[in-house]
Design a protein around this ligand. Structure first.
Ligand code: A2P
Length: 287
C-alpha cells in the first residue's frame, strides 16, 4: 500500500440516496487475507476499461460516516499502489490497518462481496518508463511499500529488461515479511512468467528481507546494511553504479529520503515519466 495525501471529495451525497449513487465507481471485493494485526491484502473486480502500468497507484476508499448535521456522506479516499500486475483481470491491494485511521479502521473489516470505491485513474512514478535501460534493477521497500513491487515482480517486462532483480524489504517484525515472501515463492510456479520469460526466470531475483525489531536471519535497516557493505557482500553484487544499476524506492518518508540521498551519493539521478534516469521514488504516508 501507499496511502498518500487524503482526498475528500467536494461532492457529498445524502446517506439515504440510492446505492448506485452512494457508491460511485464501486468495485466488488473478491478476496481478503489478513497477515498480522497491522497488515492485510485484498482483491477486487477491475473496471473493464481501466488500463494501468505495473507500479502505478489509484485512489480507493469507502463512503465515510454521515455528517451529523446534514446527513450527507462523502467518499473517503486514499492513494493505494496496485499490487497486482497490469495483465491481471482483478486488482490487488496491500494495506496497513490503523485502528484510529479514518479509512483503514473501516477498510480492514471488508469482506468478500462488499463494495469499495475505486477511481479508475492510475498514475505514478514507479514505472519502467521512468528508468533508462540498465542491467540490475533494485526494489527498495519498507512495510507496505512492497505493494508496487508485488505488481512489478509479476510484470514480464521486469525480466525482459534486466539481467538481475534485487528486492530488499525491511520490516519491524518477521510476520510483516509474509506477504512479500509468499509472493516471491509463487513466482517460481507462475505460468505466464515461466512461459513468456522462460523456465527458471525467477533465478534473476535476489530477495533480501530484513527485520529491525524481531529476530530473523538478517537483521537491520537496509540503509545501514548497505553503508557497512554487508548487504552487497551478502548479495554478491558490487555497490550501485549508474552505468548498470536502476532503482525504485517505496517506503516510509524517512526511509525514502535517506535512501534517495544514498543513491545520489552512488551517482544515480532521479528519473520521471517525462525524463527517465537511474532511480525513482514514491512516498507512502500512513493513515
Ligand atoms: P526501525 O524499526 O528501526 O524504525 P514502519 O513500520 O514504521 O513504516 O517501518 C518499517 C521499517 O522501516 C522498520 O523496520 C523501520 O526500522 C524501517 N525504517 C524506518 N525508517 C528508516 C530509515 N530512515 N531507513 C531505513 N529503514 C527505516
Amino acid at each position: 500500500m501507499t496511502e498518500l495525501t487524503p482526498v475528500t471529495e467536494s461532492t457529498a451525497i445524502k446517506a439515504d440516496a440510492p446505492k448506485t449513487m452512494a457508491m460511485p465507481d464501486a468495485q466488488t471485493v473478491t478476496e481478503v487475507k489478513h497477515y498480522t494485526d497491522r497488515l492485510f491484502s485484498f482483491r477486487c473486480t477491475r473496471p473493464g476499461t481501466m488500463r494501468f502500468r505495473s507500479g502505478e497507484f489509484v485512489m480507493i476508499g469507502l463512503m465515510g460516516d454521515p455528517d451529523p448535521k446534514t446527513g450527507k456522506v462523502k467518499p473517503l479516499l486514499r492513494a493505494y499502489s496496485i499490487a497486482s500486475p497490469s495483465w491481471d483481470e482483478e486488482l490487488e491491494f496491500y494495506s496497513i490497518k490503523v485502528q484510529d485511521g479514518p479509512l483503514t479502521s473501516k477498510l480492514q473489516h471488508i469482506k468478500v462481496g462488499d463494495e469499495i470505491i475505486l477511481r479508475p485513474k492510475p498514475v505514478g512514478t514507479l514505472v519502467h518508463d521512468a528508468l533508462l535501460p540498465g542491467k540490475r534493477l533494485w526494489f527498495f521497500a519498507t512495510g507496505t511499500g512492497f505493494a508496487p513491487f508485488a505488481s512489478l515482480l509479476r510484470e514480464p517486462q521486469t525480466y525482459e529488461d534486466y539481467d538481475e532483480v534485487i528486492i530488499t524489504h525491511t520490516c519491524r517484525e518477521v510476520g510483516e515479511l509474509t506477504y512479500g515472501h509468499d509472493l516471491i515463492e509463487s513466482l517460481k510456479t507462475d505460468e505466464l512468467l515461466n512461459e513468456v520469460i522462460g523456465e527458471g526466470f525467477w533465478k534473476k531475483i535476489k530477495y533480501y528481507p530484513t527485520t529491525t525489531r524481531e529476530e530473523s536471519p538478517k537483521m537491520g535497516r537496509i540503509t545501514d546494511l548497505m553503508r557497512s557493505g554487508e548487504a552487497f557482500a551478502d548479495l554478491g553484487v558490487p555497490p550501485l553504479n549508474k552505468e548498470t544499476d536502476r532503482a525504485m524506492i517505496c517506503g516510509n518518508l524517512a526511509f525514502n529520503l535517506e535512501l534517495k540521498a544514498m543513491l545520489e551519493d552512488y551517482g544515480l539521478e532521479e528519473g520521471a515519466n517525462s525524463d527517465p534516469k537511474h532511480y525513482v521514488v514514491e512516498k507512502a504516508f500512513l493513515d
